[in-house]
Write a protein that binds this ligand. Sequence first.
Ligand code: CAA
Length: 464
Amino acid sequence: MAAGIDDIAIYIPRLYVDAADFADGRGVDPAKLQKGLGVSQMAMVDTNQDPACLAANACLRIMQKNKLSPEDIGRLYVSTESSFDESKAMNSYVVGMLEQVYGQGTFEHCGGVETKFACVSGSYALYDNANWIRAGESDDKAALVVVSDIAKYDMGSSGEMTQGAGAVVMLLNDNPRLLAFDPKVTATSIKDEYDFYRPFGKETPIVHGQYSNLLYLIQVRKALDLYKEKSLNTGLIKLKPGETILDHIDYFNMHLPYSNMGKKALAYMVRREWRQLPRWNDIIKKIGVAEPTPKDPRGTIESVLGDAEFMAKDHEFTKLFTETSEFQEIYETKLASSLIASKMIGNLYTASLYLGFRSSLEFEYQKEMDLDGKRVGFGSYGSGSSAMVFSGVIMPEYASVVKDMNLESEIGPRRKLTLEEYEIIHESKLAPEQSMLNPKKEFILVDVKTDDESRGERRYAYNT
Ligand code: CAA
């Protein structure tokens, strides 16, 4: 039985910080954000929004757009790393909000959990729900998988340049109009690591930035190796001499903590795959320098990061490689469209990979590309750490969904924050009722109780 993504909806908060203003305030060259990281704007939540609100607003949009009733939904999963309760799952808040619109008890038949593994947990949730459908357990109902996060770093930290907020919801069923997942090739890797983590009670993560960048690449590469093995063994992909698995993937979507990380990841994977092939000799001739190798042949992450000479040479080599016409072609045709939304919105943690997929559909459609039957590869990474690589094929009916996608109108009118306003919001100095915006037909956070009896209880309203 097929299983896959039938539709996608997004909810992005309408406040944002402009990269140039931010750079100015922090005394950083704006080009570091705009060119170096690929960040133009970072979406920020208002004082009356939390990740559950964002998720509920995205769910309401997909349900209204597809004229779904709660009876059509069998599972509602929320994947997040911005959890505010150690026990009560975020999907329960989302159900509570949706029932304000659809009626109390209307989702009672529905199941689901909140999933956590940094930015990768949404991919596990998709996989589990796809298998629920494949196993014939869904009783013809659909699953909603929502990925919702507020990417917030300490003020003054290097991560502060890579913030953002938003939710993406995917409607999964057995007759998807957008993308059917390739069966039996999903591949994972996992390793106990401390590249990025958020201990209990701490609102912002502890981050080892450059370590996390390299770990992302290594973990995704390990999952890609397994994906390769599985897709060759199952016969999903057949390689001719001189080909790599990447030649058989038409579009790539990578986890995007900032948009340039997608390019970095693509360059790393492509280099590694092409290195085995005759075409690599031509590339090396073009670049004019040999590919550097680390001093320690074991190539552990610590030894690589500690090898300053290798890191500098490798950085330079990567730069030259990404300038070749061969890399530029794969970048422009297979990845670039997925990065557009990330530049405008920033990091969405769990949601960033799927915002990228949503972005690539809209902007490839605008280029009038025929997407029918095209294979899409996903490289998902979560710190701490785990990666998942999987793929799917775009379905013949995709255009009926994609033609209506419009990022700008779905985000809606935005309000730019001054740096002072941003800092006040960042430091949580305002109560929900002091919000900057008062959007209609959206769920908002009204109150978080502080008395001993009901501490932490959240009240939400649908703002008519
Ligand atoms: N003009 C143009 N480019 C400039 C520049 C300038 N004036 N100054 C710097 N740059 C470029 C740099 O060359 C670099 O580009 P390359 O990587 O292509 O060389 C880029 O801008 C960033 O510069 P640095 O590497 O010096 O930046 P940094 O070390 O200050 O911070 C960061 C970068 C480590 C990613 C930091 O933002 C951070 O810690 N972010 C949070 C952690 C993170 O996002 N990790 C990613 C992997 S883990 C993950 O993905 C999970 C998750 O969602 C968090």
